[in-house]
Ligand binder design. Structure first.
Ligand code: AMP
Length: 215
């Protein structure tokens, strides 16, 4: 199965993609994660991407195209993948077509996770990652026992550098201006499926699987 996840920052793309990856052995291909790894490793590409990421702007199309083309040509993507955070504008959606043609794979669906703006803001400002396990938590929504368990096990709750209020509002405007037009693009291609992205993670996941015809 080859899926593109659409949805604003904080709509739950990463969380739902991680669930699909665990249950169906589909690699989650997140340009955000690949870029953060390049920044952490201080590669040349990471250095070129960092300023845009810190400001909540998009990294240039040629940088992300290079990353995505390389990642999709790896062996684990040959039986399907979940694209999380790519494409992010119309040019990237067009750039993706020849990459998929080259590896002989076509998209099955573009899934839009639909979430209200005020909920997105809380999800993003409250989002934390456990420093030892990588588990995603939210200080507003996660059960207190889960949050306490992280600290009790010696982990720290880390906030992403671009999850501060100023960068978040910029990322949301970038989404509205540049990424939202992709909804029509994939609707016209007959691939769009919209999923109500509010509620419990398990509930949303169940909706998503039923939309995709997975059990
Ligand atoms: P994410 O983890 O998907 O929210 O991405 C974090 C940041 O990485 C974004 O705010 C952008 O600066 C950059 N980024 C991730 N994916 C892309 C993309 N497809 N095109 C351009 N920039 C991206």
């Amino acid at each position: 199965m080859r899926i593109v996840f659409l949805g604003a920052p904080g709509s739950g793309k990463g969380t739902q993609a991680q669930r699909l990856m665990a249950d169906f052995n589909l690699p989650q291909v997140s340009t955000g994660d690949l870029l953060r790894a390049a920044v952490a490793d201080e590669t040349e590409l990471g250095q070129r991407a960092k300023t845009a990421m810190d400001a909540g702007e998009l990294v240039t199309d040629d940088i992300v195209l290079g990353i995505i083309a390389e990642r999709l040509s790896e062996a684990d993507c040959s039986n399907g993948f979940i694209l999380d955070g790519y494409p992010r504008n119309l040019q990237q959606a067009k750039d993706l077509e020849p990459v998929l043609a080259d590896i002989g794979q076509a998209l099955d669906a573009a899934l839009l996770l639909d979430v209200d703006m005020d909920i997105l803001m809380k999800r993003l400002t409250g989002r934390r990652t456990c420093s030892t396990t990588g588990k995603l938590l939210n200080i507003y929504f996660s059960p207190q026992e889960e949050i306490d368990a992280v600290t009790a096990a010696g982990g720290e709750l880390i906030q992403r550098a671009d999850d501060n209020e100023e960068t978040i509002s910029n990322r949301l405007s970038v989404y509205r201006e540049q990424t939202e037009p992709l909804i029509d693009y994939y609707r016209n291609a007959g691939l769009l499926q919209t999923i109500e992205g509010e509620g419990e993670i398990d509930e949303i996941y169940a909706r998503l699987k039923s939309t995709l015809g997975l059990s």
